[in-house]
Design a protein around this ligand. Structure first.
Ligand code: GLN
Length: 204
């Protein structure tokens, strides 16, 4: 397949960082701000940022339903941090009216590492990524509190107060991490997603 086209939801958050890493992995990228910009994509990335803001803007701009339909229809999606929150079917510690795109049969707790802990770094072993643990940067990050049996746990925190917490998951073609690989120079998570996109789009 020639370069897959991966859209990055560009309402708020670290859009530029994701696009740069995806392009370095051989993908073409485009910004998604309107429903028609979902047409023709091979994959979709939901960046880190502020999930309440992203969800509100998506709703206001008529993007929420098209995003749900795209993910439900099998468009591969990867969310980091706020992106994980957007891909969760259920939320904890979120405003009652916070909407999500969904697609992952998980319950995600927002700002799970505690209010005092603005950011936290750790080494996380991620299944499917060769070459040792990922240096994971968590910024007011969520974790996966509960995951259905159909969800594959790819990574957990090891050590410290959050020991054992789930911070990387995959369900079919939907992948999410609590941490921000787009900020660390470690390109393996994005390469993994670009490969998944290439596999799913079957060589067109
Ligand atoms: N705390 C943010 C939220 O709830 C996520 C933080 C991030 O993406 N770095 O959306």
């Amino acid at each position: 397949m020639s370069a897959p086209t991966i859209g990055v939801l560009a309402l708020q958050g670290d859009v530029r960082e994701h696009r740069a890493v995806l392009e370095a992995q051989g993908a073409r990228t485009s910004a998604v701000r309107r429903p028609e910009e979902l047409d023709g994509l091979d994959g979709l990335v939901l960046p880190g940022g502020e999930s309440t803001t992203i969800a509100k803007l998506a709703h206001r701009w008529g993007l929420l339903e098209p995003l749900r339909a795209a993910v439900r229809g099998g468009l591969p999606a990867y969310g980091s941090c706020a992106g994980m929150i957007l891909l969760a079917d259920r939320l904890l510690d979120a405003p009652a009216d916070q909407q999500t795109i969904g697609g992952l049969d998980v319950t995600v707790r927002r700002n799970a590492f505690g209010r005092q802990v603005d950011s936290f770094e750790s080494q996380v072993e991620v299944e499917g990524l060769a070459g040792g643990p990922v240096h994971a940067v968590f910024i007011r990050a969520p974790w996966v509190e509960e995951a259905a049996d159909t969800v594959q746990v790819l990574g957990r925190v090891s050590g410290g107060p959050a020991d054992g917490r789930i911070v990387a998951v995959r369900q079919g073609s939907v992948v999410a991490t609590s941490f921000h690989p787009e900020l660390t120079g470690d390109t393996r998570m994005h390469r993994f997603f670009v490969e998944l996109v290439r596999d799913r789009s079957g060589g067109h």
